[in-house]
Design a binder for this molecule. Sequence first.
Ligand SMILES: Cc1cc2nc3c(=O)[nH]c(=O)nc-3n(C[C@H](O)[C@H](O)[C@H](O)COP(=O)(O)O)c2cc1C
Length: 183
Amino acid sequence: MSTPLIGIVVSTSRPGRIGPKVARWVSELAPYGVRAEVVDLAAIDLPFLADRAMPAQGEYDLPSTLAWSEKVGGFDGLILTVAEYNGGYPAVLKNALDTLHAEWAGMPVGVVGYGWGGAAAATGALATVLDRLRTVRLDGPGLRFGEDLSPEGDVLDAAPEDAVRGLYDQVLAAARESAALPV
Ligand SMILES: Cc1cc2nc3c(=O)[nH]c(=O)nc-3n(C[C@H](O)[C@H](O)[C@H](O)COP(=O)(O)O)c2cc1C
């Protein structure tokens, strides 16, 4: 039986960000027998849409797009950790989504927000985009500063570990349904 591989995406790129800490916490909650790989969009470092063809044509000429496509295609599912910026989600995440197209259709995508209000505005806005891209969107918890998370990114005792474990279960179930993953 092949080991399911879930990508845990860091959606922010600014210096001093806490996104990697949130993603590491999520990755550490992966169930036994599942591999979780943190994918940092700062390291993926995509230019703003710079391929000659439209993403929907799937004719990528930039090495960075080809590498991103291959990376996404290697995952059985994703969990996005999503910061809230001015009531939306980070532009680096939108660009990473817009850069590809066919890769998203049918991809199980879980969402874990973090912000003062659990990033509800950010994840709400993101839902529209994930649905348009025809992902299998799976809404997870929103971590709240002061309750679940310190502003420095330390995960607190109240953080909803069980909800994240439940999200993994949903992502894996969707992956099994949509692809050749064994039960
Ligand atoms: C440009 C900017 C806008 C922000 N806007 C919001 C916001 O609308 N709601 C919120 O809860 N937090 C907001 N914050 C606080 C972020 O949630 C917090 O800084 C978080 O750590 C951002 O994720 P990051 O550290 O991975 O970049 C904002 C932060 C930045 C940098």
